[in-house]
Design a protein around this ligand. Structure first.
Ligand SMILES: *[C@@H]1O[C@H](CO)[C@@H](O)[C@H](O)[C@H]1NC(C)=O
Ligand SMILES: *[C@@H]1O[C@H](CO)[C@@H](O)[C@H](O)[C@H]1NC(C)=O
Ligand SMILES: *[C@@H]1O[C@H](CO)[C@@H](O)[C@H](O)[C@H]1NC(C)=O
Ligand SMILES: *[C@@H]1O[C@H](CO)[C@@H](O)[C@H](O)[C@H]1NC(C)=O
Length: 352
């Protein structure tokens, strides 16, 4: 399984490789230019020995290669997150009958929290050519399209992460299938008639119904517009287990260090019962003296402990007991700069 997930890259890169065109929907970098993928790590307000603004963030993308402190604040209309989402907000693209979009969050803006949906947050925007999938950890984000880009105050105190990947159209057929397992709460979306035949499950989710997946979990390889391989792991609420220890560590064949939001009394301890171990990160150190406790970090990510395994994943679920019964997933990457950025950020973890 692990070897299978790692192979197959070189073949596909040759076919898919193309340069990003600025007319297409795509992830946008800090300057507003198309980019294959980017990651942001919004820093928590409370760092060790320091109180920050709660809106500063580190940025990494396919061309930058290492964390950089962003010159922008995450709650303004500048920066990668706003540049990317403004493709939906500006010019009322959300009214277009040729593009699909979905805003989903278990904790949507304004609306009441409802149980029963997957614990997942993100945005899709694409047309028959291309688009992006942004997955993130920020509650009550992003805003309804009519309101334009807004960053909620609920997303300021704690650390948060976001991963954006640019995909060509065909990949969204796989993404849609994966979302089915998670059962995201689509709080605003549109799947125009011309595209709904290709994307029946997405159209159903958008219409508020729930198509039933055929099993309790699924793994799918996704290739970005520039041919970078990502692997999506998703589970439904019927797979009642910790996604990290009970599945992904074993499937990847790697000991994992996991950073997630853990409330006292509900947290799952570091676990070395199964062949591959899963251990909780307690303190994070990003470059430029940003040192903080996991307690102030709402993001969800993991890395292989061993540098040889070189895998990093960002996702939806926390290592908390109630989350065993929730749908959610992880997007994993074998990219060396993503791995290094996260592995080197592990300052302290609890072994077992
Ligand atoms: C962004 O957040 C900072 C810190 O909370 C605040 O001072 C600033 O006014 C906010 N800016 C916008 C545009 O909301
Ligand atoms: C889509 O919108 C355009 C103009 O915005 C319109 O001309 C066209 O008829 C619409 N197509 C469908 C299938 O509704
Ligand atoms: C969400 O989506 C559609 C446009 O796709 C819009 O007409 C609708 O009013 C939106 N807002 C809310 C609050 O549902
Ligand atoms: C470790 O994790 C596995 C999979 O979630 C679980 O079955 C096992 O009970 C856990 N071990 C301990 C000691 O908690």
């Amino acid at each position: 399984m692990a070897a299978q997930l790692r192979s197959g890259l070189s073949l596909i890169t040759g076919i898919l490789c193309c340069t990003l065109c600025s007319a297409d929907f795509s992830c946008r970098n800090e300057a507003g230019e198309p980019v294959d993928w980017f990651i942001i790590y919004k820093l928590p307000r409370y760092k060790v020995g320091e109180v920050g603004s709660g809106v500063d963030y580190m940025y990494l993308d396919s061309s930058v290669g290492r964390w950089r402190m962003s010159p922008f604040m995450v709650n303004t209309s500048q920066g990668a997150l706003a540049n990317t989402l403004n493709q939906l907000y500006k010019g009322q693209v959300y009214k277009s009958n040729s593009s699909v979009y979905a805003l989903y969050n278990d904790a949507p803006p304004v609306l009441k929290y409802l149980e029963g949906y997957g614990h997942t947050k993100g945005v899709l925007l694409f047309d028959r050519s291309q688009g992006f999938w942004l997955s993130h950890s920020i509650p009550r984000f992003p805003s309804f399209p009519e309101r334009g880009f807004l960053y909620p105050s609920s997303g300021k105190v704690n650390g948060q992460t976001a991963l954006c990947v640019t995909y060509q159209y065909e990949q969204f057929l796989h993404v849609a299938k994966q979302l089915l397992y998670i059962y995201p709460r689509f709080y605003n979306c549109s799947v125009p008639a011309v595209l709904s035949a290709d994307l029946p499950q997405l159209a159903q989710l958008c219409a508020g119904s729930r198509p039933q997946p055929t099993s309790d979990r699924s793994v799918e390889q996704l290739f970005s517009a520039e041919g970078e391989k990502f692997v999506s792991f998703v589970k439904s609420e019927h797979f009642v287990d910790d996604i990290y220890a009970g599945w992904v560590a074993q499937a990847l064949g790697a000991d994992l260090l996991v950073e997630s939001w853990q409330r006292q009394g509900q947290d799952l301890p570091s676990n070395c019962s199964l062949p591959k171990h899963t251990m909780n990160i307690k303190r994070i150190q990003l470059p430029g003296s940003a040192l903080f406790q996991s307690h102030y970090d709402h993001s969800k990510w993991c890395v292989s402990r061993a540098y040889e395994d070189q895998v990093a994943c960002l996702g939806d679920l926390n290592r908390e007991r109630p989350q065993l019964w929730r749908g959610g997933g992880l997007v994993c990457s074998f990219n060396p700069s993503i791995y290094k950025a996260f592995r080197q950020a592990v300052d302290w973890y609890i072994g077992c």
